[in-house]
Design a protein around this ligand. Sequence first.
Ligand SMILES: C[S@@+](CC[C@H](N)C(=O)[O-])C[C@H]1O[C@@H](n2cnc3c(N)ncnc32)[C@H](O)[C@@H]1O
Length: 264
Amino acid sequence: MTDTEFGQVRTLMRDVSGIIMAPHKKQLAAGRLIKRLKALGLASFREYVQLLQQPDQHEERRLAVDLLTTNETFFFREEAHFQFLRSYLMDKGGAAIKIWSAACSSGEEVYSLAMLLESLYPGQNNWSLIGSDLCRHVLETAQQGIYPLSRASAIPQDMLRRYCLKGVGKMDGFIQMQNSLRQRVSFRCLNLNTALPNDLPFFDVIFLRNILIYFDAAGKKSIVSNVISHLSPGGFLFIGHSESLYGLDLPLTSCGSAIYFKEG
Ligand SMILES: C[S@@+](CC[C@H](N)C(=O)[O-])C[C@H]1O[C@@H](n2cnc3c(N)ncnc32)[C@H](O)[C@@H]1O
């Protein structure tokens, strides 16, 4: 991949997702896109980039962006956030709560939240939880709720026993989130870099973690503004511990490590 071709790929990524790919990510981008060249029988990145630029190639552009996103995630990532949420929920004393995991990748964050909610409110209908992501292939994994057993080590033992099924036979080495939990959550494909759909409700809590690192200041401000337009006044926004909203002039007040409160 030449620098010019990488420049065109970066432009596509920025225009669709808002993500700014760092200049040193050329090799990474080439490694991720090479499978599309092979699948399409193309001999060079030049041909692939030309294809991506054709007006009718929406699906190919979507596939390329899917491949270029970084989807790393794990159960109970940044555990302090779950402790904060537990205390907040206990203070709310069972009042109804709506939570959105706005860049949920393959679903581990959503199921961590679902296990926490279900452990606090067993069998109750006072909570709802949705996960969304731009990338379709991770959402398929999220919907299935099947993960390698090796990823389950961060799940507290009592939750693992109560909410996860251990695979047998050809599913040996995997866990699946229990049906009853899977039925309580929903997933949808949403691009946070575009206007959000009208049917998206307001939420009391939004997780927007480990996505902002991929944006420049203007992109970060635009994504966060978009997302918090669906956060109820008095609600909480959680971002990743290595991320910051410093200097962005948003109607949010910091109230803990990477936790913000939306002013009324
Ligand atoms: C590194 S993962 C973080 C997953 C999870 N929130 C966590 O903290 O473990 C970042 C996710 O953001 C998604 N993403 C990137 N740009 C997006 C956009 N414009 N709209 C929605 N999701 C996006 C990626 O597809 C990826 O799954």
